[in-house]
Design a protein around this ligand. Structure first.
Ligand SMILES: *[C@@H]1O[C@H](CO)[C@@H](O)[C@H](O)[C@H]1NC(C)=O
Length: 245
């Protein structure tokens, strides 16, 4: 065997071993999904009374290279070789960061059964759906802490080149290009549509990160659009938060 082949083989073995040691296989990058509450809450769906005018965390999702989400642990127990922390341990394990989570990772849709705000149910859902198959299967606190850090260090409002307002329509492309210029990576912009109209608005903003523990380096998102935006020439609203009554 030639030296070059040997080196290649050694690299492949090392990569495999490091994946096995990390306990997780197969996914390619992380998607940090940030919600814009004013757009999530002006379509008729009931929301909590106070709608923050800031991006809040929806989740941090391990994605395959083809931009599909890694299926939840329940459907995909082979996603990790370690035993993940049980969802039943939420919110106990998140107690040290609960205040920060309530502020930055709120659930703005009331609980279906109680009608009350239920943030821990949202956190639990994100843990079950995305956290257990991340690089943090047995470190729930680490997963949520690093997600909050990412959201704190990557504020879309600083790179989008626009601010919320009631009237202006923005071409999606203008926003994407501003983010590419300012943050050096394309985001994924998610739209919804105001009921009974064709008005599109920005409802989520997603940053993509190279897979690392912790993730920190941005990369282009493979798909620039999601939700009801179909073309980069679509024009969208970015509405402000309603006044506090
Ligand atoms: C995406 O990639 C994953 C992992 O390779 C594969 O399991 C899945 O079927 C793919 N999904 C699509 C829609 O191609």
């Amino acid at each position: 065997m030639k030296m070059r082949d040997l080196l290649g083989l050694a690299a492949a073995v090392l990569a495999t071993v490091s994946l096995l040691v990390s306990g997780v296989c197969g996914f390619d990058f992380y998607k940090l999904s940030l919600a814009w509450p004013p757009s999530a809450c002006n379509t008729g769906r009931e929301c909590i009374p106070y709608i923050p005018g800031m991006f809040t965390v929806h989740g941090l999702w391990p994605q395959y290279a083809n931009d599909t989400a890694v299926p939840p642990y329940e459907k995909n127990p082979k996603c990790t070789t370690v035993t993940p922390t049980s969802p039943d341990q939420i919110p106990a394990v998140l107690q040290p960061i609960e205040e920060k989570l309530k502020e930055n990772w709120p659930s703005f849709y009331p609980d279906k059964t109680t009608g009350a705000r239920n943030d821990p149910a949202f956190w639990r859902h994100e843990w079950e759906s995305h956290g257990m198959c991340s690089d943090y299967p047995d470190d729930t606190l680490g997963y949520f802490t690093e997600t909050l850090n990412l959201a704190q260090n990557n504020n879309p409002l600083k790179v989008m080149g626009i601010q919320p307002d009631d009237k202006t329509l923005h071409e999606v492309k203008t926003i994407s290009e501003a983010v590419k210029k300012n943050a050096k990576a394309y985001p994924q912009i998610v739209c919804n549509t105001l009921p009974g109209s064709t008005t599109l608005q920005l409802v989520e903003f997603r940053f993509c990160f190279k897979r690392a523990k912790p993730p920190s380096v941005l990369q282009d998102c493979p798909n620039k659009l999601a939700g009801t935006c179909k073309s980069e020439t679509d024009e969208i609203r970015f509405p402000p938060a309603p006044p506090i009554s």
